[in-house]
Design a protein around this ligand. Structure first.
Ligand code: APR
Length: 247
């Protein structure tokens, strides 16, 4: 396997990543739940992840929304409350700083936490939406999070159909966001993928669309089938902190 770093060799991997970055003109970052775990948000599929307790595919699903609104509402009320007080960690701030300095072009993320924007990143493609806002699924009007949490009906059309602005299983990704992320990735000469199991489509297809070099930073090796040019098995925050010192 090419350029594969783990444990004590991580520093060498970060050095190579820094060299890649210095020789690249357009760098795009793709993040998943592993980017946020050090902000105390459990991921979905690793040990301690949501997936072990509840299968998101069964509740974060458009059919559950339509057929069992009580369960859907219970699950998303819990998630909204959990995510209400979270804060970005050093890794999010470092990425925001990279953007400000012109080192990276954009971040495409599967995360609905909003932590990249909260840290100051501006060019963020939120492929799965953002849990901070709510809309009516029936008439499309924006609604208040409080109304969702109180299980109120839509104030515009009276339907029992309020939902967070996140993409559910069974739904398409927002087309314009997807198009921008794809275009950035296809034009980039370096794609850095951070903290994702690469199990969920269509986002797990994005690294395959990259035309430049590809890097994978993750706690465990879920990228084994992707033939990344460089793999660093480590934690997102730690690797970002080391990287900052090299650039
Ligand atoms: N640093 C790096 N990697 C980490 C860290 C960390 N601190 N913590 C966890 N990871 C890794 C895990 O080892 C795992 O491989 O991040 C990965 C997270 O994978 P998933 O839990 O599957 O999350 P993700 O790939 O983002 O899931 C995709 O599935 O249900 C959904 O819609 C949800 O957007 C989500 C999508």
């Amino acid at each position: 396997m090419k350029n594969y770093y783990t444990g004590e060799t991580i520093d060498q991997g970060v050095k190579e990543l820094a060299a890649y970055m210095k020789s690249s003109d357009s760098i795009v970052i793709l993040t998943g739940a592993g980017m946020d775990t050090e902000s105390n948000i459990p991921d979905f599929r690793s040990e301690g992840g949501w997936w072990r307790k509840i299968d998101p595919r069964t509740v974060a699903n458009i059919d559950t929304f339509a057929q069992n609104y009580t369960l859907f509402h219970e699950f998303y009320s819990m998630r909204i409350k959990l995510l209400q007080d979270v804060l970005p960690h050093a890794g999010h701030f470092i990425l925001a700083d990279f953007e400000q300095k012109g080192v990276i072009k954009s971040i495409a993320t599967q995360n609905i936490s909003g932590l990249h924007r909260m840290a100051g990143s501006q060019n963020v493609h939120e492929l799965h939406g953002n849990i901070a806002t709510v809309r009516c699924n029936s008439c499309g009007q924006p609604a208040k999070t409080e109304d969702f949490l109180h299980k109120n009906n839509c104030t515009s059309c009276s339907a029992t159909a309020l939902r967070p602005n996140v993409v559910l299983f069974g739904e398409a990704l927002p087309q314009n966001v997807w198009a921008q992320a794809l275009s950035d990735i296809q034009r980039a000469d370096l794609l850095v993928v951070i903290g994702t199991s690469l199990e969920v489509a269509p986002v797990n297809q994005l690294p395959l669309q990259a035309k430049g070099r590809t890097v994978f930073i993750n706690k465990e090796d879920s990228g084994v089938h992707y033939n990344f040019d460089l793999t660093i098995l480590g934690k997102a925050k730690e690797v970002m902190e080391k990287l900052k010192g090299q650039l």
